[in-house]
Design a protein around this ligand. Structure first.
Ligand SMILES: [Zn+2]
Length: 705
């Protein structure tokens, strides 16, 4: 009985596995891509990258770039080359101000009294030296200042000429301890990038980086265990004498970006761009050696199959870039407006190889923000589903190695794991923020592991990486990019019903959200009614945008999706009438709800963007902060902590700010922008939106029409 069931299941799963990738690829194309994709090749490439301390604009970063360039040539990619973009701390790329380079010759930290201990050496463990540390040669006492990021930590302490021990935000400690109080340097165990597991393993050394624009100071990073031991000895009255020696310079340099292509059949039909980020401290296996070697593997698979004629050459060109996070992307786009203009879709990989049973990660296909609805997410989600189903079938013993897309072929070292994965709303924090922003507007399929308990630490090693997962994500990337590059008008009759069905499911989800709003006892009924209506309206606009995106992408007549659009409009109008009934049952009056901002004059104003392109925050640059200055910046209500308390949200203000800017198109009023971001992230007072846009106008990046 059991055997018969297994055989039946096997037949069922094999059939599903072969056809679940419809309507995008036929079964032959899918298995061709699947069988060519490899997990061992990216794993071995990653082994090399993890030996390099890949801080941007340093010698090790250059070496990593050379390695990628060599591989791109070996893999048969076209136009493989590297470019250098000058940086000096002032030169602009789009809206972004460039940063600085850093050269280190040597750095060591010793405790010389009462014990004789080596606390960190650049030669063997570069992670111990915080990025952008300056030269120093000091022998002095260690002073415990607690967190060190607020003025109160310094009262009654003499730190001048001393080394401070602190776990506060490093650049802030640099400003207070070094710049204002004259300390020589810092020993830090700042917990950057926290997760639920942070602090459990006290042997982990986390990275730190100083503000390169501050002309002095150094910091050595130590584990929490080491720092706690030092603190307890100081508490017990010990005088700990340290010797710090750093030979390093910060100054003008260049960013290097490697790029290569697989030319499309029609050079006028646009390009698909794959990105990752090649920088980060050693070892940086998952963040982000994994993304770099995985787009490289997607490139190898596609180049091999297309150049040999085993897959038809797609109409659009496939481009691949490897550079410093965000900064390399912005420099590349600013220097190549002709390429920027040709870009139609992006696939961005940042942390894609973690073994979830080691680093606790879930793999996410991340949707584009609501300001840029796009079919690209649904394509990635469909392939994810195919691969996840295959992985589960293999893990349950029902599928073969090939069908399960594992990397144990020829003794390969991949796991037999399931693919623990989902599709999430937009989340910020990597180069996709730039592609997705409204003045670049290249929809991004953002692939990422989150959380990762070893992110930005010396434990982010090859040990945490699964070759099977690298193979699966390389396949996901190759298949999605191949579809973006080849989709054309004749496929629309099969594709539009698929996308409409996905949209229908999301509309239904939005209805649940609207019901939660209308029944929320904390909201006055008129407000609840308006917000519930708004959620359904905005979701409808988003889904119409998703349908329009595939029509526009293929160049078909704009009316091609009118049947699907009508279908969703009807769906939305039914939902609205159900919401109306619930509102009336709660005591609401009238036929339809009124906007909470309907009486506000400032809500009717229409902002538009001026000047250079890009979002308003980058790795090392914040446009509003730079242009308005600290004092005025701190007064922006959306950003300051008072507003955050008022909204009862954490870390949401950054997302609101990003989307407020993205929704500015010279047509939407402040009120309409408020409604758009309120549907996406929750109702927001109009005053916060108006105040943020006023700050953008004051900074000269927007004007009132
Ligand atoms: Zn990253």
């Amino acid at each position: 009985m059991h055997n018969l069931r297994s055989i039946l299941l096997l037949i069922l799963l094999t059939t599903l596995g072969a056809f679940a990738q419809q309507p995008f690829l036929d079964a032959h194309q899918w298995t061709t891509l699947r069988d060519e994709s490899n997990g061992a090749a990216p794993y071995e490439n990653l082994r090399y990258l993890t030996t390099l301390h890949r801080v941007p604009a340093t010698a090790d970063f250059e070496q990593a770039a050379q390695f990628i360039l060599q591989r791109a040539r070996e893999y048969g990619l076209s136009d493989a080359h590297s470019e250098q973009f000058p940086i000096d701390g002032t030169k602009q790329y789009g809206l972004m101000r460039s940063y600085l380079g850093w050269t280190v010759e040597e750095a060591r930290l010793w405790e010389i009294k009462p014990q004789h201990l080596l606390l960190g050496d650049w030669k063997t463990d570069p992670i111990h030296l915080a990025d952008y540390s300056h030269s120093a040669d000091v022998e002095t006492e260690l002073v415990d200042i607690g967190n060190g990021a607020s003025e109160a930590d310094y009262s009654g302490k003499e730190v001048r000429g001393k080394i401070v021990l602190a776990d506060g935000v490093l650049a802030r400690v640099q400003e207070l301890a070094v710049r204002q109080h004259g300390a020589a340097g810092i020993v830090s165990d700042m917990p950057n990038q926290t997760t639920a597991w942070s602090g459990l393993d006290t042997t982990i050394v986390r990275w730190g980086h100083l503000d390169a624009r501050v002309p002095s100071g150094f910091a050595f990073m130590v584990s929490r265990g080491t720092a706690e031991a030092l603190r307890s000895r100081i508490r017990d009255g010990e005088h700990i004498l340290l010797n710090a020696h750093v030979k390093a310079t910060v100054g003008p340099s260049h960013w290097t970006v490697v790029s290569a292509t697989i030319p499309g059949a029609d050079s006028s039909s646009g390009e698909i761009i794959y990105s990752c980020h090649l920088d980060h401290e050693r070892p940086g296996a998952n963040d982000n050696g994994s993304g770099c070697v995985t787009i490289l593997e997607s490139a190898r698979v596609l180049a091999r199959l297309i150049n040999s004629g085993r897959l038809p050459r797609p109409v659009r060109t496939l481009r691949f870039i490897w550079g410093p996070e965000v900064e390399g992307t912005m420099a590349f786009l600013a220097t190549h407006p002709e390429i920027k203009q040709r870009l139609r879709a992006n696939i961005h990989m940042d942390m894609v190889g973690g073994d979830p049973f080691k680093n606790k990660s879930v793999f996410h296909v991340t949707s584009t923000p609501w300001s840029l609805p796009s079919f690209v997410t649904d394509v990635g989600a469909a392939f994810l589903d195919t691969i996840r189903t295959a992985a589960s079938g293999y893990a349950a013993g029902e599928l073969t190695v090939d069908s399960g897309i594992v990397e144990t072929r020829a003794g390969g070292n991949g796991t037999r794991n399931e693919l623990i994965a989902d599709v999430t709303p937009y989340s910020s924090g990597s180069d996709h923020d730039d592609f997705d922003s409204s003045t670049i507007a290249v929809p991004s399929l953002y692939l990422r592991d989150w959380p990762d308990i070893y992110i930005h630490t010396d434990h982010d090693t090859l040990e945490q990486i699964d070759a099977t997962k690298l193979r699966r994500i390389a396949l996901l990337g190759a298949a999605s990019g191949y579809v973006y590059a080849s989709v054309t008008v004749p496929q629309l009759p099969a594709l539009l019903p698929f996308f409409a069905a996905q949209a229908e499911a999301r509309m239904a989800q939005a209805f649940t959200g609207a019901q939660n709003l209308i029944e929320n006892p904390q909201l006055e009924v008129g407000i609840a009614w308006y917000e519930a209506h708004n959620l359904i309206d905005q979701t409808l606009q988003r889904e119409i945008g998703t349908l329009n995106s595939i029509v526009n992408f293929t160049g078909a007549p704009a009316s091609s999706d009118s049947a699907q659009v009508k279908f969703h409009a009807n769906q939305a109008s039914d939902f609205q009438s159900w919401i109306d009934a619930q509102a009336h049952a709660r005591g609401a009056n009238g036929k339809s709800p009124t906007a909470p901002w309907s009486d506000s004059k400032e809500a009717k104003r229409v902002p538009s963007r001026v000047g250079e392109f890009g979002p308003l925050t980058y790795q090392n640059d914040n446009v509003l902060l730079a242009r308005l200055g600290k004092e005025q910046y701190a007064k922006i209500k959306l950003i300051n902590s008072e507003a955050t308390q008022m909204l009862n949200v954490r870390d949401q203000s950054e997302l609101y700010a990003y989307e407020i800017v993205n929704f500015v198109n010279g047509k939407r009023s402040v009120g309409e922008i408020r409604d758009a971001v309120s549907a996406e992230y929750g109702p927001l007072p109009i005053g916060l939106v108006a105040d943020y846009l006023d700050a953008c106008v004051a900074a000269g990046v927007m004007e009132w029409k």
